[in-house]
Design a protein around this ligand. Structure first.
Ligand code: MG
Length: 267
């Protein structure tokens, strides 16, 4: 199933996507067992919201060997875990706003795990029982600040730096799916999650050894090789097999007010 959230007449709703059609649900797919209301909308007429508002965004660094190599880093023997502010999340179709144009700011295509139930000290064998589904994330990163700080939080937490979506797919083998990113229609990253150094189950085991995960939290699983810079005017698209396309345009953050995700009360 492909779950999403969308705005219609300034109200936020939950829904299921079938092709180009959204079927409205009567509640939150993450915390309840919502039913179809019978109302149907065209995808083209709805404004998508991020498919989840994560409480925590946990990120994994250097999880594809070729990306570690291009970054000049050795492959970590354990997953390299860091955290990013959830307020950086924006939806499919929203703008990525660059605040520091003199810095190198890169795209990073990543598969995001959406946690479905509270998880602590989970073992690999049971890890997938704690997953609600999967979506795409662009882990936009300011390389100048990443190098300067040594820590990644500032470099990766600017508003709009975590495009997420378009949908959460619940039926997916996360360890063998194609992941592709293009800028202005030119393919820049193309890999498969079977190249992950630490697979999905291992990541969940490692992260939950440290911290409690709650429904709606996400783990972004690292980016393949081919990272590169973004500039205002670029259109960046991530396509993940079974999930669909996450498309965002890049703007100069100094010229334009930063876009905020409009959210009003849930109907
Ligand atoms: Mg990343």
């Amino acid at each position: 199933m492909k779950y999403l959230r969308f705005l219609k007449n300034n109200l936020a709703y939950f829904g299921v996507l079938n092709g180009e059609t959204i079927s409205k649900l009567d509640g939150d797919f993450l915390t309840g067992s919502p039913k179809l209301t019978g109302e149907v909308f065209n995808l083209s007429e709805a404004k998508l919201l991020p498919p989840v508002n994560p409480g925590q965004v946990i990120a994994i660094g250097l999880n594809y060997a070729l990306h570690a190599e291009e970054s000049g880093k050795s492959i970590p023997d354990e997953p390299m875990i860091f955290m990013v502010s959830p307020t950086a999340v924006v939806a499919d179709g929203e703008e990525i706003s660059l605040p520091n144009l003199e810095h190198r700011i890169d795209y990073e295509a990543e598969l995001a795990i959406v946690i479905g139930k509270q998880a602590k000290n989970v073992k690999k064998e049971n890890a997938l029982d704690y997953v609600f589904g999967y979506t795409a994330c662009n882990d936009v990163s300011d390389r100048n600040l990443q190098k300067k700080d040594g820590q990644f939080t500032r470099a990766k937490s600017f508003a709009t730096f975590k495009p997420l979506g378009p949908v959460i797919e619940t039926d997916l083998n996360p360890n063998n799916i194609e992941i592709k990113l293009s800028v202005n229609e030119e393919v820049k990253q193309h890999s498969n999650t079977n190249d992950l150094i630490h697979d999905i189950e291992s990541l969940i085991e490692n992260v939950t050894e440290v911290m409690m995960l709650n429904p709606g939290d996400i783990i972004i699983t690292g980016t393949p090789s081919g990272v590169g810079p973004l500039k205002p005017g670029d259109k960046v698209e991530i396509e993940i097999e079974g999930i669909g396309k996450l498309t965002n345009r890049v703007v100069d953050g100094n010229k334009k007010a930063q876009p905020a995700t409009e959210e009003s009360q849930l109907a």
